[in-house]
Design a binder for this molecule. Structure first.
Ligand SMILES: [Cu+2]
Length: 207
C-alpha cells in the first residue's frame, strides 16, 4: 500500500518535472541558434569545371559586420598540399561572404570559412570540392602560397585570435548567462514539481 503510493508520488513528480523542463527548453532553445551555411559556390562536394568570378558562402541570416572592417570573417581556399589561393580579401554582403576566385592545379580543394553570426558569435566550418577544368586549360592557374593570404597586408591572420576576441568574450559571457538561466530554470522546475506533488498528495490524504 505504502509502496504503491510512493511509486505514484515518484511518477507524478517525474511527469511534472519533465513537463516543466520541456517548457524551460522551449523558451531558452531558440536563443542559441547560429547562422549556418545554406548555399555556397562551389557547392560542398561538387566538381568544379569552370572557375566562377568569386567563391562565396551564404548563410541563413544577416551577418554582423559591426565595424565594417570584416574583422572575424574569412574565406580561404586551400589545396591538398596546404597551399592557399586568392588574396584573402573578403566581402561581407548581408547573409553572405565572398572572395575573388583563384585556384591552382586540378585536384581536391578545401574551403575554410568563418563568419560572425547575427548574435555576434563567430561560426566557422569547412568543405571540399574538386577542381577539374573542362578544357584541361591551365591558363588561370595560380601558384598559391604557403602563407595565409592577408588581403595585401590589411588582415592579420596569425593575430586572428586577438581580432576575434571581442566576439569570443561575448560568446563566453552570454553562454555562461544562458547556462545559469537554464540550470536556474531546471532547478525551479523540479522544485515546483515537488511542491505541486506534495500538495496533491496532502489533499488526497485529507480526503
Ligand atoms: Cu551565439
Amino acid at each position: 500500500m505504502l509502496r504503491s503510493r510512493r511509486r505514484g508520488l515518484l511518477a507524478r513528480t517525474t511527469a511534472v518535472a519533465v513537463l516543466a523542463i520541456g517548457a524551460v527548453l522551449a523558451i531558452t532553445g531558440p536563443a542559441q541558434a547560429h547562422n549556418y551555411l545554406i548555399e555556397s559556390t562551389p557547392e560542398a562536394g561538387a566538381t568544379l569545371t569552370t572557375l566562377p568570378a568569386r567563391f562565396s558562402v551564404i548563410t541563413n541570416g544577416t551577418l554582423l559586420d559591426l565595424n565594417k572592417n570584416n574583422a572575424g570573417f574569412a574565406l580561404q581556399v586551400q589545396d591538398a598540399d596546404k597551399r592557399y589561393y586568392g588574396d584573402g580579401c573578403v566581402s561581407v554582403d548581408g547573409p553572405g561572404i565572398s572572395t575573388k576566385a583563384e585556384i591552382g592545379a586540378p585536384g581536391v580543394y578545401t574551403v575554410i570559412w568563418q563568419v560572425i553570426s547575427t548574435d555576434g558569435h563567430p561560426v566557422s566550418d569547412s568543405f571540399q570540392f574538386t577542381w577539374a577544368p573542362a578544357d584541361g586549360s591551365t591558363t588561370r592557374e595560380s601558384a598559391g602560397s604557403t602563407k595565409i593570404p592577408d588581403c595585401n597586408g590589411t588582415l592579420h591572420p596569425n593575430a586572428a585570435t586577438s581580432a576575434a576576441s571581442p566576439g569570443r568574450t561575448a560568446s563566453v559571457s552570454e553562454g555562461t548567462l544562458s547556462t545559469i538561466l537554464w540550470i536556474g530554470g531546471a532547478v525551479l522546475a523540479v522544485g515546483v514539481a515537488v511542491v505541486v506533488t506534495l500538495l496533491l498528495t496532502a489533499r488526497r490524504r485529507k480526503a
